[in-house]
Design a protein around this ligand. Structure first.
Ligand code: GLN
Ligand code: ZN
Length: 764
């Protein structure tokens, strides 16, 4: 199959998903992979688990009614890393590792001797991929064993396979140039030949269709990138033995890339009709000869589809394309497997939701309605309508009191007193030394903490017993910090399973799932809470813990809160109102918490916003509006307290890029940041935009177990002091200490305090 004549006549598919999760309903892949790393199972048993998961996934999709099943969306760690392996371009530092799978894992996680690839966020999602490195000496070669192996497995099971591979443009745009190499996109011609080769092999293996994922096409592209799109897809879709090609886009509209792509001879285009509107489709005549794969079911949020609206949208596309297939807006990698695994949902809430399994059913229903009429699936449509109707009237979605409170807030609700006046009031109240020392919040998650959580879950201890264990942890952390002579203490956050979930569990309007795991990266899975209603705070969330910690010491203890932007970024959010409105609601709850903390005697409150940059929209045109509401929400949450109460914030990065002005606009009294480059460079960047509040550049990297010496820390402090006067400079690690061991932390912080004292003496 798949010779030149047949490519034009490959039957269209009608019903599919862009891709699906791989970690397993019971997180089987995570468990097996970690067991393999720990040496408790052998490689064959990991491979067997993986094969079983793939088989179950494909069979489930076929049974549900798809007529094209995505294959090669399985991954042992990450699909971008898989593509780097496919294209034979892992950096040479991994060459020494003979075993293929171990080399792959080393690239993902590093080994004793080799650092891993860098990891970063996959577009504007919470999935993280490994960043391919491309230098001038990087060569490419085709290694299609993984995708061909999975096709063979699926074909043997009778699956209508559609292998999915990341396309060349996205691969190169996600790669980073190293060792002074030019923009990786310049290497596109070298990849085209490999992809042609690959496509031929896929056809020979039995694939009638191939899906090339090009999500980068929904971002702003320059002329060079658009020309690369044309060159690549003219060549890949030329006449030779190959499958029919669908180029899949997701996370937004294709914009200028749509006509460019449509002008190439590919057979189909996948578009996102949830985060994009698809309105441009009607203006592109070349689409008349193509299959449009319409992503009308939201692949990355958990809401049940409005089937009537989706069907209407599909109807508008019919006249513009050769045919329309129904699909998800993106891979369901980003949502949990099944609502069936959730108890604890009331009927209304359950009715509003759709996880991956339910989304597949929605796709199937819509496809039937499109082809055979709505009447053939009238029960499904009626059920969807009835469920959605309850969403419009459920009182939890419209809290009039809250809305009135927000509406009554004036501009001054997000404004604090003059920064200089605040600094003076705080200095007088806190009486801290110059170069005050502090930490970012969490202390090591000890075995005792984990054991207490497990015992609470299994019923071995009750709530009171659990709380006592947490108090013991807090007492130990306070004592340690006093012994280390740290100036501003923290309680250590032992009671928090996660910095977002902890708050979501206590706020009304959020639902915390029991099994709603999604892959964040590799074997790490998270359970994002679901923000479904208006947010209110039934009771204080942190005051008891912070007050207890403060009662144990005369030194100031920081209150620790997560900011509104980060809470939204790491949750599934409402789709029935602008994100800005949800942000203000969360901000008000955090603001109430700061007011209560202050009333309880807390003098310093830290509101973490590590996700401020993560939520930045993909298109330049949308960025300013986002930053405006994000900054407003932070300020709303931190402006309800007196000038003499000090607000800290923490950001987990130092490459501020497009958010640097927003960081200054947050107007926190003290901002702690990562300073992985050098403290001075980072501070120079901030100085460059007139940032004049206090700042704590991380003076050592907590992501490594290495204990930094006094000298090293003192050197970086002296460097920092060249950029920022001592009166504005804090001394702290670059992030929370949760992942470290107590011994490492004790030694490192001991050196941090010693270094601060040394530099203070030099200044005096
Ligand atoms: N306060 C949090 C902690 O110390 C901050 C975590 C973060 O920056 N992601 O763990
Ligand atoms: Zn951090």
């Amino acid at each position: 199959m798949g010779n030149a004549e047949k490519t034009g006549t490959t039957p269209d598919f009608t019903t599919t998903v862009t891709g699906s999760a791989r970690v397993g309903r019971g997180r089987e892949l995570k468990k097996a992979t970690e067991a393999y790393w720990a040496g408790t199972i052998d490689q064959q048993s990991l491979l067997d688990t993986a094969a079983t998961l793939r088989r179950e996934n494909w069979s489930g999709l076929l049974r549900a009614g798809l007529d094209s099943v995505p294959v090669n969306t399985f991954s042992f760690y990450d699909q971008v890393l898989d593509t780097a392996v496919l294209l034979g371009c892992l950096p040479p530092r991994f060459d020494g590792i003979a075993d293929d799978l171990d080399r792959y894992f080393a690239a993902a996680r590093g080994s004793d001797t080799v650092p891993p690839l860098e990891m970063t966020k996959w577009f504007d999602t919470n999935y993280h991929y490994l960043v391919p490195e491309i230098s001038d000496t990087t060569t490419f070669s085709l290694h299609p064993e993984k995708v061909l192996g999975e096709i063979a497995e699926a074909v043997a099971l009778g699956m209508p396979v559609r292998p999915v591979v990341i396309g060349p443009i996205t691969f190169l745009r996600l790669a980073k140039a190293v060792d002074g190499a030019g923009d990786p996109i310049g290497r596109v011609d070298e990849l085209i030949g490999l992809y042609v080769d690959l496509l031929t092999k896929l056809a020979q293996a039995g694939a009638a269709w191939v899906q090339l994922d090009e999500p980068t096409l929904v971002t702003d592209l320059d002329e060079e990138a658009l020309r690369a799109v044309t060159r690549a897809y003219k060549a890949l879709a030329a006449d030779y033995e190959r499958p029919a090609i669908v180029v899949s886009s997701y996370f937004g509209d294709l914009g200028p890339a749509l006509p460019v792509l449509a002008a190439t001879p590919i057979e189909a285009i996948g578009i996102d009709l949830v985060y994009g509107d698809g309105d441009a489709v009607a203006g592109v005549p070349e689409l008349a000869s193509k299959l449009l794969v319409a992503g009308v079911v939201d692949g990355r949020n958990i809401w049940r589809a409005d089937l009537d609206a989706a069907l209407a949208k599909l109807g508008t596309l019919l006249g513009s394309a050769r045919a329309v297939a129904v699909s998800t807006s993106c891979s369901t990698l980003h949502v949990p497997y099944s609502l069936g695994a959730e108890s604890g949902l009331d009927d209304n809430l359950r009715g509003w939701l759709a996880f991956a399994d339910e989304k597949v059913d929605e796709v199937v229903t819509l496809s039937r309605a499109l082809r055979h009429g709505r009447d053939t699936v009238s029960a499904e449509f009626a059920a969807a309508r009835a469920a959605l109707a309850t969403r419009a009237t459920d009182p939890r979605l419209h809290n009039d009191e809250l809305r009135a409170r927000l509406a009554a807030l004036g501009d001054d609700a997000a404004t604090r007193g003059d920064a200089e006046a605040r600094r003076a009031a705080q200095r007088e109240r806190l009486g801290l030394p110059v170069l005050p020392t502090t930490t970012i919040g969490s202390y090591p998650q000890t075995v005792e903490i984990r054991r207490a959580r497990a015992e609470l879950r299994s019923g071995k201890i009750n709530n009171a017993g659990y709380r006592q264990r947490m108090r013991d942890e807090i007492a130990a952390v306070i004592k340690l910090q006093e012994e280390l002579d740290i100036d501003v203490l923290v309680h250590g956050e032992p009671e928090r399973n996660d910095m977002v979930q902890y708050f979501a569990e206590q706020l009304d309007g959020f639902f915390a799932t029991q099994n709603g795991w999604v892959q964040s990266y590799g074997t790490r899975c998270v359970r994002p809470p679901i923000l479904f209603g208006d947010v209110t705070r039934p009771h204080p969330m942190t005051v008891e813990w912070i007050s207890y910690a403060q009662s144990l010491t005369n030194r100031p203890v920081k209150g620790m809160l997560t900011g509104p932007v980060t809470i939204l970024a790491w949750s599934f959010v409402r789709d029935d109102q602008p994100l800005a409105d949800s942000a203000d609601q969360v901000a008000l709850a955090i603001r109430d918490e700061t007011v209560d903390l202050e009333a309880a005697g807390t003098m310093i409150i830290q509101v973490d916003e590590p996700a401020l940059r993560e939520l930045l929209p993909l298109r330049d045109a949308d960025k300013a509006a986002y930053l405006e509401w994000a900054v407003h929400a932070f300020r709303l949450s931190t402006s309800g307290i007196a000038d003499s109460t000090q607000i800290h914030t923490h950001l987990c990065y130092s490459e501020f890029g497009e958010v640097i002005n927003a960081i200054a606009d947050l107007n926190a009294d003290v901002t702690s940041i990562e300073a992985a480059r050098s403290a001075m460079e980072v501070l120079d960047d901030l100085n460059g935009i007139g940032f004049s509040n206090e700042v704590g550049p991380g003076v050592y990297d907590i992501h490594s177990p290495r204990v930094p010496s006094i000298d090293e820390i003192a050197t970086s402090l002296r460097q920092a002091h060249k950029a920022v006067p001592a009166q504005r400079l804090w001394v702290n690690p670059d992030c929370g200490l949760k992942t470290r061991k107590t011994d490492e932390v004790t030694a490192a912080l001991g050196n941090l305090v010693a270094a601060a004292k040394q530099v203070r003496d030099e200044l005096a």
